[in-house]
Write a protein that binds this ligand. Structure first.
Ligand code: 5GP
Ligand code: ZN
Length: 116
């Protein structure tokens, strides 16, 4: 479940502080340290999964759970009507820098498409 030297496992375990905004028995969420919008929250599974390439069939509920948790927080923060973006980067070309999967909830400003 845990990977040595994984930043987000350490946040999950309370070894590194974070501004936690949501937690249940499957996932947790905390404020991004370098927010790119008024709301920028990261949703992680409690189980360590390095990249989307490593998601297995048994993980489908866990990964889907990240979306329902993110939608809940987005709604609570008043972003449901104007909208928000949910992004999970995978590996180098997408810009993944922390290798414990995380769903970015970005909201509170208009965003362009396609992403850079
Ligand atoms: P990625 O580029 O892997 O999709 O996203 C990693 C995210 O983690 C970045 O948005 C970055 O700002 C955030 N991040 C990196 N280190 C920390 C940290 O120590 N604490 C928190 N809360 N966020 C972090
Ligand atoms: Zn981890």
């Amino acid at each position: 479940m845990s990977q040595t030297n994984c930043l987000f496992c350490k946040i999950r375990d309370g070894q590194i502080p974070a501004r936690v905004v949501y937690r249940d028995d499957t996932c947790m969420a905390f404020e991004d340290i370098n927010p790119q919008a008024p709301t920028h929250v990261l949703f992680i599974p409690l189980k360590h999964i390095s990249t989307v390439n490593d998601v297995e069939m048994d993980d489908r509920q866990t990964v889907g759970h990240l979306y329902t948790a993110a939608a809940k927080v987005a709604k609570e923060r008043g972003h449901a009507d104007k909208g928000y973006r949910l992004v999970m980067n995978c590996n180098e070309d997408a810009g993944q820098t922390v290798f414990h999967i995380h769903l970015h909830l970005v909201a509170g400003r208009p965003m362009g498409w396609p992403p850079g």
